[in-house]
Ligand binder design. Structure first.
Ligand code: NAP
Length: 297
């Protein structure tokens, strides 16, 4: 049986992949940050060098975009240099590296969905550090993948969509940015769509993997509230107001405006069609309610 190592298994995506794949019968060895911190090449080599595995999925990253902007050295070390060390280790062992990356490698100026072949031109330290990580992984050998996701949400760590619902349960006004567009990506759908790549023996390169469609944050939050209201949650407001990105004073780093990723390559390679972001958000909201995260009245 093929063995898969997952790094970043304490995070939103890594935790979901580790659980879903283990439950589906995959042989998974998962490490969280405390168990295997990036940034120490000798330790990575010591721990991973002694393991037998076929595939390594790297979900570990410094993901706070504003923190990265003010801590560039740490960002480049974690998102760039460590990705290089992991990919070289995989290459030495004949294993495949699936390195998770981001829509933030694009400048966001295009109104068309970005293809894998489009030029990555990041406008933030986070985006640049992730671009360097991608380049290193792809340069290590032809069997490795840089898998770009966007706006990840799921049951393992709260994200924007959870914050909107939680706020609407206690506050009468909820606002969200209405001039930045991308596609939400459900961590449980990533588990389904990426699973075939654990066993692929051919190929490698950049891959865009998100749900389908596009929205701005306001539309994303509004749809989540609509689902929550339909499920009977006692919301204090049913509407998400729109605000421009420029009004968010807490944003230190520049954010790309349009980063919808074209997923046609994924469909052609994996023969699996991602569902729409709306179907995925509805599934998430209902799952959270069923799990008792939010209580219906
Ligand atoms: N979240 C999104 O919307 C989004 C969008 C596009 C792309 N992505 C990409 O998706 C991947 C997974 O992100 P996510 O959403 O699961 O974010 P996350 O919840 O922040 O997970 C990242 C994990 O990496 C860990 N980590 C940070 N620095 C580390 C280090 N030096 N050594 C080892 N582990 C370290 C974090 O540990 P701590 O929790 O202890 O800090 C966390 O568990 C990342 O590559 C990210 O760039 C995410």
């Amino acid at each position: 049986m093929a063995t898969t190592v997952i790094l970043g298994a304490g995070g939103r995506l890594g935790a979901a992949l580790a659980r879903e794949w283990s439950e589906a019968g995959e042989d998974v060895i998962a490490f969280n940050r405390a168990e295997l911190p990036l940034g120490n090449a000798a330790r990575l080599e010591q721990v991973l060098g002694s393991l037998e595995f076929d595939c390594l999925v790297n979900c570990a990253a410094l993901t706070n975009v504003d923190y990265c902007e003010s801590h560039p050295e740490e960002a480049f070390k974690t998102n760039g240099e460590a990705a290089n060390e992991l990919a070289l280790l995989c290459e030495q062992k004949g294993a495949r590296c699936l390195h998770i990356s981001t829509d933030y490698v694009f400048d966001g100026h295009s109104r068309q969905p970005y293809k894998e072949t489009d030029l990555a031109q990041p406008i933030s330290v986070y985006g640049e550090s992730k671009r360097l990580g991608e380049e290193a992984v792809l340069a290590a050998g032809p069997r490795h993948w840089a898998v770009r996701v966007s706006w990840v949400f799921g049951p393992d760590r709260p994200s924007f969509v959870d914050q909107v619902v939680s706020r609407a349960l206690v506050e009468e006004r909820v606002d969200a940015v209405n001039d930045k567009w991308a596609t939400p990506t459900y961590s449980l759908d990533v588990a389904t769509l990426l699973r075939p790549f654990l066993r692929r023996v051919d190929g490698g390169g950049v891959l865009h993997l998100t749900n389908t469609g596009a929205c701005n944050w306001q539309e994303y939050g509004q749809f989540a509230l609509d689902c929550a209201a339909a499920a009977g949650l006692p919301l204090k407001t049913l509407k998400v107001g729109g605000v421009p990105m420029a009004s968010i004073k807490a944003f230190v780093a520049k954010r790309p405006v349009h980063t919808i990723l074209d997923t046609s390559k994924l469909v052609s390679l994996g023969r699996l069609q991602p569902r729409t972001w709306q179907d995925a958000v509805a599934a998430h909201v209902n799952r959270q309610i069923a799990a008792g995260v939010w209580k219906a009245s």
